[in-house]
Design a protein around this ligand. Structure first.
Ligand SMILES: [Zn+2]
Ligand SMILES: [Zn+2]
Length: 317
């Protein structure tokens, strides 16, 4: 038991020390300054060439979402997730050891070149996250947590990291075992994280960049805005892609009926949703469970994508 306590406390001090060193020591492998640099980059793009020109440069909830960025990227780890997850991983490994299992590795990719390992991690993780994201919309309970992200009514880059801390727990927990099954030979996945963060900022930015055929591969603002549409044709939503739009096209959940520049965002009665950080964190635990991710009828046809999206290149089923 003492081992777990020591791990718990050292996790706080280790992560606190790490964050402090990052802040004092700008360098190319530094998450703290990359987050600031990427945010400034996309903010400048929004200012220089806004998609919605009438939208203020400092849009509604700009500072709230700015706080969410630092909270979710750094502070939540600092406050507790790092400690709790270290204990969870240790307990899980101890549990496996009871059965003589040293690790979960089922696929050895250590001998691959670094770029191939990074690419594998990026694609596999993105596919897992696409599935987790669908789950967040499917489950009435998880939807209450995910609703924080969908409470954005004016879209901009910083909305990317507006989400409830519960999402970090759900994503990290569900992706842990599948990723642990791949025996990566590298410890530092910095490039993957920065690349995914860049695309996430891009998806949410008030900036239009037609990607041509690459739109079937990478998520983009024109596609992701429909994920935030206040009125979806299907109760569980569409365009669940995180970094890659590919999965939505492959599995028939892509939805781009028209230019979504000025569509209403959020969900039914979003005006009543709390607009402070603490109230939003607390909301999922007190909101009554009423299956509230229903906006449209459930008897919508499952094949809504094919019916509504004339430019869909891949037919499902
Ligand atoms: Zn969503
Ligand atoms: Zn989003």
């Amino acid at each position: 038991m003492e081992k777990y306590w020591n791990l718990f406390f050292s996790s706080f001090t280790d992560y606190g020390g790490y964050l402090w060193r990052e802040m004092l020591n700008p360098h190319w492998g530094n998450y703290f300054y990359w987050l600031i640099g990427l945010s400034l980059f996309f903010w400048l793009l929004e200012i220089a060439a806004p998609w919605r020109q009438h939208q203020a440069r400092i849009r509604q909830d700009f500072w709230l979402d700015g706080f969410y960025m630092f909270f979710n990227f750094f502070l939540f780890s600092l406050i507790g997730f790092n400690a709790v997850s270290n204990i969870g991983v240790q307990a899980f490994n101890d549990f496996l050891a009871l059965f003589g299992i040293q690790n979960l590795v089922a696929f050895e990719v250590q001998s691959w070149p670094v770029w191939a390992q990074l690419l594998t991690l990026f694609v596999v993780r993105d596919f897992i996250q696409w599935n987790v994201h669908r789950l967040l919309h499917r489950s009435d309970y998880l939807w209450k947590i995910h609703k924080v992200h969908h409470s954005v009514q004016q879209m901009g880059f910083a909305a990317h990291l507006r989400f409830h801390w519960g999402e970090t727990v759900v994503y990290r927990t569900l992706e842990y075992i599948p990723l642990a099954m791949i025996g990566f030979g590298i410890q530092d996945f910095f490039l993957v994280h920065i690349f995914a963060t860049s695309i996430g900022h891009f998806n949410h930015s008030n900036f239009r960049l037609p990607l041509g055929p690459l739109k079937y591969l990478f998520n983009n603002p024109q596609m992701h805005i429909w994920h935030h549409a206040r009125h979806m044709p299907h109760r569980y939503g569409a365009n669940f892609g995180i970094s890659l739009s590919l999965w939505d096209y492959l599995f028939g959940t892509a939805y781009l009926p028209e230019d979504g520049r000025d569509i209403a965002l959020g969900f039914e009665e979003v005006e009543q949703y709390p607009n402070s950080f603490l109230a939003q964190q607390w909301y999922p635990f007190r909101e009554k469970n009423s299956g509230e991710n229903t906006e449209a009828d459930t008897d919508q046809p499952e094949t809504f994508v094919e019916e509504l999206n004339p430019e869909l290149p891949l037919k499902q089923n």
